[in-house]
Design a protein around this ligand. Structure first.
Ligand code: ZN
Length: 83
C-alpha cells in the first residue's frame, strides 16, 4: 500500500520531484476521479479506469506504464473526499 499525498495548490511544475507521489481531483464525465503523479518516475496518470473508495483506496492495483518504472501497488489517496 502506497499513500499518495494530496497535491498542494498551485499545481506547480509536474516534473518537480516534489510532485511525485501526489494526487489531484479531476471531474470527469463519469464522476470524480484523480490524476496521480507516479511516486517512482513522476509520470502523470489518470485513474479514470479505477474505482476510488470513500477512504481513498484505489482499486485495482495501480501499475505505472512508464518505461523502466516498476511501480505496481495498491494506492490510497490521502485526504480523498469526493463523493
Ligand atoms: Zn512510474
Amino acid at each position: 500500500m502506497t499513500t499518495i499525498r494530496k497535491r498542494p495548490q498551485p499545481n506547480g511544475a509536474l516534473h518537480n520531484a516534489a510532485m511525485r507521489g501526489t494526487w489531484k481531483a479531476l471531474r470527469t464525465s463519469r464522476g470524480m476521479s484523480a490524476t496521480l503523479v507516479c511516486p517512482g518516475c513522476g509520470l502523470v496518470g489518470l485513474l479514470d479506469e479505477h474505482e476510488i473508495a470513500a477512504d481513498g483506496t484505489v482499486r485495482p492495483l495501480v501499475q505505472c506504464p512508464g518505461a523502466g518504472c516498476s511501480f505496481h501497488d495498491t494506492v490510497r489517496l490521502d485526504g480523498w473526499s469526493a463523493a
